[in-house]
Design a protein around this ligand. Structure first.
Ligand code: SF4
Ligand code: SF4
Length: 325
């Protein structure tokens, strides 16, 4: 019997999600034995035209990582949607916009200015910028459009399932592949990780006082972090209360606070807003000025609260092309 065909594709991505597949270690041999990988640009040389020639729906599942920043990424996502029975948004960038979507706080113009003109290491006296079309010696060269907005995958195509994480853990990936192969999938649209907050399973939860308060926000570089105690109880921002469980506490076990890469739980509309509300309830201060002083300790609010979920947030999600000149 023919093995199910599987595609792995990367969009605006760091490569870490593909690396996570390699991190399946010897389990990858089981995956390779069970499926027929027909596209995986980071690892093997497949051609788009071969995918275009396939029958619609003939790929069992496409795992797409990375956010959507360019016309080429959108085009291939649409192509894979057409050719695939299932599409899984793989990782935070694909599911929520991820780190690339922090660029939605600036504009394409400013990104180009920085990259091609103003950066101290750039020498560009003729002010050349990449163009979508250029003629060189009679040959036409084309580049994909660089969108004004960074999109999450389900902004451009219909997505069946979501694998959270930056990157997803090998265990989650293996579970998802097994569920797909055995046809034991939850209802369409599900996020393939437990729908509860990280705090509920965190080993340090018992050390979180009932009425935790923060009078000064600290960073891990400022203090010697107690490896047993809840980070919030130590005054360090930990995104655990606003973040989905399922990562295996890899950061917490490394004595680093959660930065929120698994995104929010199902009931939460905006991960950053939930964490801000959580902090709002526990920051100590008798008046507005005292609270303002505590807030000053948050060095990078956007990177702290929206590091992975900007495209899915109320702030960045509603942004349209025309709004981001
Ligand atoms: S989710 Fe994380 S590991 Fe995956 S592409 Fe984005 S930044 Fe890289
Ligand atoms: S805030 Fe962080 S350290 Fe504290 S219980 Fe939640 S996940 Fe654990």
């Amino acid at each position: 019997m023919a093995k199910p065909k599987v595609a792995l594709y990367w969009c605006a991505s760091c490569g870490g999600c593909d690396e996570a597949v390699v991190d399946l270690a010897e389990n990858i041999l089981d995956v390779v034995a069970a499926v027929d990988i027909i596209l995986w640009p980071i690892a093997m040389d497949f051609k788009y035209k071969d995918i275009e020639a396939m029958e619609d729906g003939s790929i069992a599942v496409s795992f797409i990582n990375g956010a959507i920043r360019t016309g080429e990424q959108k085009h291939i996502a649409e192509l894979l949607r057409r050719k695939s029975g299932l599409v899984v948004a793989f990782g935070s960038c694909s599911s929520l916009g991820g780190i690339p979507a922090l660029a939605n706080l600036t504009s394409r113009r400013k990104i180009f200015d920085r990259s091609y003109h103003n950066s101290p290491t750039v020498v560009n006296p003729e002010n050349i910028e990449p163009k979508m079309k250029a003629s060189v010696d009679g040959h036409v060269l084309k580049l994909p459009e660089f969108f004004k907005t960074v999109y999450k995958l389900n902004d451009v195509i219909d997505v069946d399932y979501y694998l959270p994480g930056c990157p997803p853990t090998p265990e989650l990936i293996a579970n998802a592949v097994t569920a797909i192969l055995e046809g034991k999938l939850p209802p369409k649209g599900a996020i393939l990780s437990p729908d509860k907050s990280l705090c509920t399973s965190c080993d340090r939860n018992e050390t979180k006082p009932e009425d935790v308060t923060i009078s000064k926000i600290k960073r891990v570089i400022d203090i010697e972090v107690d490896p047993e105690k809840c980070f919030l109880a130590q005054g360090i921002i930990c995104m655990g209360p606003a973040t989905r469980d399922g990562c295996g506490q890899s950061c917490i076990n490394g004595n680093m606070p959660c930065t929120g890469c698994f995104g929010p739980t199902d009931s939460c509309r905006d991960q950053g807003a939930k964490m801000i509300a959580t902090l709002g309830a526990i920051l100590e201060g008798d008046d507005e000025n005292a609270v303002d002083k505590v807030i000053e300790g948050i060095v990078d609010p956007a990177g702290t609260f929206y590091r992975y979920a900007m495209s899915a947030s109320l702030l960045g999600g509603a942004r349209k092309e025309v709004e981001n000149e």
